[in-house]
Design a protein around this ligand. Structure first.
Ligand SMILES: Nc1nc2c(ncn2[C@@H]2O[C@H](COP(=O)(O)OP(=O)(O)O)[C@@H](O)[C@H]2O)c(=O)[nH]1
Ligand SMILES: [Mg+2]
Length: 220
């Protein structure tokens, strides 16, 4: 019984996501869904990325938070528009929530939509929100065992950013353990090492993002 209800919820979620995804495609908007545990660096990465790309492409951001708009306030300082979703307790964004926000966005005015999901390594992976790419962050203090413990989340990633590499001297982060487990969960997953404190490694991320957005084609 419970399984059937769950399947119905998911089917309706996916139908909503596919519907607005088709509209976003028509407008040539590429959508990125940023997922990680709380504090891994999603908002920090968005700040760096927006500052790098805001003159090359038109960016809008949806900020998902359980409560408040602290992250949205940070993003607003970069000068791009931000649309806040407060889930009021729910641990993930779903397609219905996104569909409620999209009518507020002029889809002719943007090339790229960044969505910061709720900080959580479990629920966001279960809900398809129509993104073109799932960008996952894992920060070094969280530990290299996380793919083994939360395989679904890592299996959904299109690129994995290992953030806070500046902290490696102080934490136990074992890249061999990480790559061994990812070889089982998602063979071939692109892994980039970055620091949103020092900026190390971000060039490789920008290159990946340029490729993913075809930014050179969008705005020469
Ligand atoms: N040392 C270090 N701190 C970082 C790095 N990236 C983010 N932080 C800090 O980690 C905390 C959480 O970052 P935030 O971007 O808010 O994470 P979010 O919850 O995933 O959006 C903040 O205090 C950031 O300044 C990093 O690469 N190195
Ligand atoms: Mg954040």
């Amino acid at each position: 019984m419970e399984l059937k209800v769950f399947q119905r919820v998911m089917a309706s979620n996916d139908a909503i996501a596919n519907e607005y995804r088709a509209v976003l495609k028509k407008h040539n908007i590429t959508v990125f869904n940023f997922m990680s545990a709380p504090g891994s660096g999603k908002t920090s990465l968005l700040e760096w990325t927006i500052n790098e790309f805001k003159d090359k492409m038109r960016i809008a951001v949806i900020e998902g938070d359980i409560k408040g708009d602290l992250d949205a306030q940070r993003i607003l300082k970069t000068g791009v528009p931000v649309y806040q979703i407060n889930t009021d307790g729910a641990c993930h964004l779903d397609a219905f929530m996104i569909s409620q926000v999209l009518p507020k966005i002029d889809l002719n005015a943007f090339d790229v939509l960044f969505i910061e999901n709720i900080g959580n390594l479990v629920c966001p992976a279960e809900f398809y929100i129509g993104a073109d790419y799932n960008v996952m962050l894992l920060s070094t203090p969280e530990g290299s065992d996380k793919p083994t413990k939360y395989p679904l989340m890592f299996s959904r990633a299109d690129v994995l950013l290992i953030n806070k590499i500046d902290l490696i001297p102080y934490v136990n982060f074992n890249f061999e353990e990480l790559t061994n487990s990812l070889n089982e969960i998602k063979p071939g997953l692109k892994i980039l090492k970055i620091s949103c404190k020092t900026g190390e490694g971000l060039k490789d991320w920008y290159q990946w993002l340029s490729y993913a957005t075809n930014v050179n084609l969008v705005r020469p």
